[in-house]
Design a protein around this ligand. Structure first.
Ligand code: ADP
Ligand code: MG
Length: 617
């Protein structure tokens, strides 16, 4: 007797359900994507007990005929593709024809649907995958699917669910992304009868962003619009001042489908590059339009991952698009105030989340020390209306300082593109007045009073200069007259042995002399004579492997170290001539408003702000 058997359809559906239906959020995803595919402009979602008791999705889309509705519950029944060849051109969110039967297999499902040209609607009652009833009822055009008692017949799956608040969190996270991806749809989401999310459906993405992330965030968003060889990117990228501690805040859509792509996410981070401190991530909502045949969405049942045919092109599109937007919108920070403008949910201190290289960390510590003596400045630059009603309670306590300073996310920057044009290229025209505490340059111009962190600003100038030099350096290495002996034991020794070629790529030629002894014979030509000093820190970065270390990345770290080392220090006295020279150099750099570690370099107090403060208006 044969022991290999073809599974009956019921069992097959339950197995497929394991893949497609993991938790309430996956059901919501499948149902809502069907509504979107059906061309709906209004989608209502009702949830009870985070979706475990009930998920009901009602849409005003195309609806189905009585026959199609029953077919839709059969496995691999889909109206969206006919053959594997169609997969090359998928433009709908669904296409596998697996969702409805899978969901039906593990719940009590009811489906009511009506085509516009037919007066009656069809209602199906399904339990554990078996259709119990088909009847004609009265209903509006569109489709309503209710999924009750999810996993009632698969207790094992139910056991694996997290708390209701966690499950609801997943649902909300998903719906927020779908809302961002489809601003033309009017959404309403209720949980236990209360509206928890909604949007107007007027195709205004910024309004949806405001609905989801709040008004402050929406105000700090910069529009992105870029095209490259038939592929486009559009959406919004947050001002660098609005940083987050994880990549979770990047909503990316490809041809209307929300995706999770390391490639795109890395390209976004790369575009922000030195505008952000290490370990901080931007908030973006980006929509890519790529010819459907150049992207494969059929990589995984959840369809969250995609494969691009031309990865390099997509990378370039994202990098250029975001960079151009940021570049066009850059401006000095007008004033600063306690870091309340950052998202309240960000409670983890930066220092824990980010493996900062020692130099950057030292700089941060220094910044903390420096900031601790400048509460007056902070007060001076708080928005005028707040100073008038300053309560002592609003002033940050001593212990709050380090965190607020370590998070260089000061005030929401008002995007003022017109004014930016007026300022940029005109640092040289500023009149230097002198220094404050031998650390900050004070200068004036028609657009206001400027306070410039001399070290941070010069560090930026040095960084971009070194970067250019590194690009041009024909012969990468230069021999040291006296090789430097390095004694490395344990893990350090192993790390160096394993990465000796990586360092050679960079221009550091190291020779293993035997045992724990190494000789550093050559260093990168574009770095100064201090290059050997950077080697231990670079090795430390490779050892930590907190990010995938490539030679370009490592070179960038070396450049940052060299820039920091060779820049004017806080505490150095500068003559007016030296200040003028630095200001003129700032005109030549691409990103004058942040240091290479992403901290601000320049604050400005506008004449308008002063007038407000002195009650002249
Ligand atoms: P897929 O979406 O992959 O095609 P599903 O199992 O999710 O598979 O749905 C099966 C079919 O049922 C779809 O192809 C579509 O024709 C129909 N359908 C499902 N939901 C809706 C809806 N809300 N409105 C109109 N048709 C729907
Ligand atoms: Mg579907």
């Amino acid at each position: 007797m044969s022991i290999v058997r073809i599974l009956d359809e019921h069992t097959a559906n339950q197995i497929a359900a394991g893949e497609v239906v993991e938790r309430p959020a996956s059901v919501v995803k499948e149902l809502v994507e069907n509504s979107i595919d059906a061309g709906s402009t209004v989608i209502n979602i009702e949830l009870e007990d985070a979706g475990l008791k009930l998920i009901r999705v009602t849409d005003n889309g195309s609806g189905m005929s009585a026959e199609d509705a029953q077919l839709a519950l059969a496995r691999h029944a889909t109206s969206k593709i006919r053959s594997a060849a169609d997969l090359q051109q998928v433009v709908t969110l669904g296409f596998r024809g697996e969702a409805l039967p899978s969901i039906a297999a593990v719940s009590r499902l009811e489906l009511t649907t009506r085509l516009s040209e037919i007066p009656a609607a069809t209602r199906l009652v399904v339990e554990g995958g078996t259709i119990h009833r088909v009847e004609e009822v009265g209903a509006a055009v569109g489709t309503m699917v209710s999924v009750a008692d999810l996993f009632f017949n698969t207790p094992a799956r139910r056991k694996f669910l997290k708390s209701q608040s966690t499950e609801l969190g997943h649902v909300v996270d998903l719906l927020e992304r779908l809302m961002l991806g489809h601003p033309g749809i009017a959404w309403q989401v209720r949980h236990q009868g209360r509206v928890i999310l909604q949007s107007a459906g007027n195709n205004n993405l910024l309004e949806v962003i405001s609905e989801i992330y709040g008004r402050e965030t929406a105000r700090a968003m910069i529009p992105v619009q870029w095209r490259l060889e038939g592929q486009t990117i559009a959406g919004y990228a947050a001002q660098p001042s609005l940083t987050r501690s994880s990549r979770r805040w990047q909503a990316v859509f490809v041809n209307g489908r929300h995706i999770s792509s390391r490639l795109v996410s890395d390209a976004v981070v790369e575009a922000y590059q030195t505008r952000l401190p290490i370990g901080r991530y931007p908030l973006v909502v980006l929509k890519l339009d790529v010819p459907p045949d150049l992207v494969d969405v059929n990589v995984h049942p959840a369809k969250l991952e995609v494969r691009f045919q031309n990865e390099g092109l997509v990378q370039q599109l994202v990098m250029e698009g975001v960079d151009q937007a940021l570049q066009a919108a850059q401006s000095p920070v007008d004033f600063w105030e306690p870091a309340e403008a950052t998202a309240p949910e960000e409670t983890s201190p930066v220092t824990e989340a980010s493996p900062e290289p020692p130099v950057a960390k030292a700089r941060a510590d220094q910044a903390v020390r420096e900031a601790a003596v400048t509460p007056l400045f902070r007060e001076l630059f708080a928005p005028a209306n707040e100073v008038l009603q300053t309560k002592p309670a609003r002033l940050p306590s001593e212990s709050a300082w380090p965190r607020q300073v370590a998070e260089p996310a000061p005030a929401p920057i008002k995007p003022e593109p017109a004014e930016v044009k007026e300022i940029s290229g005109q640092f040289a025209d500023l009149l230097p007045l002198g220094q404050f505490r031998a650390t900050y340059i004070i200068a004036t111009g028609p657009a206001g009073l400027y306070i410039i962190d001399q070290h941070a600003a010069h560090e930026r100038v040095r960084y971009e200069t070194l970067q250019a030099a590194a690009k041009e350096a024909a012969s990468l290495s230069q021999s040291l007259l006296f090789p430097v002996t390095l004694e490395l034991a344990g893990e350090d020794r192993e790390v160096l042995l394993r990465n000796i070629l990586l360092f050679r790529d960079l221009g550091f030629v190291v020779e293993h002399f035997g045992g724990n002894t190494f000789l550093l014979r050559e260093v990168p030509a574009y770095l100064s004579g201090d290059a050997p000093d950077y080697f231990p820190d670079l090795l430390e970065i490779v050892r930590e492997q907190k990010w995938q270390v490539s030679s370009t990345r490592l070179q960038d770290e070396a450049l940052k170290m060299a820039a920091c080392k060779s820049a004017i220090k806080a505490g150095d006295i500068m003559t007016l001539a030296e200040i003028s020279h630095l200001l003129a150099e700032l005109d030549r750099v691409r990103q004058p408003y942040t240091c290479p570690h992403g901290r601000p370099t320049i604050f400005r107090l506008s004449p308008e702000e002063l007038e407000k403060r002195f009650l002249r208006t």
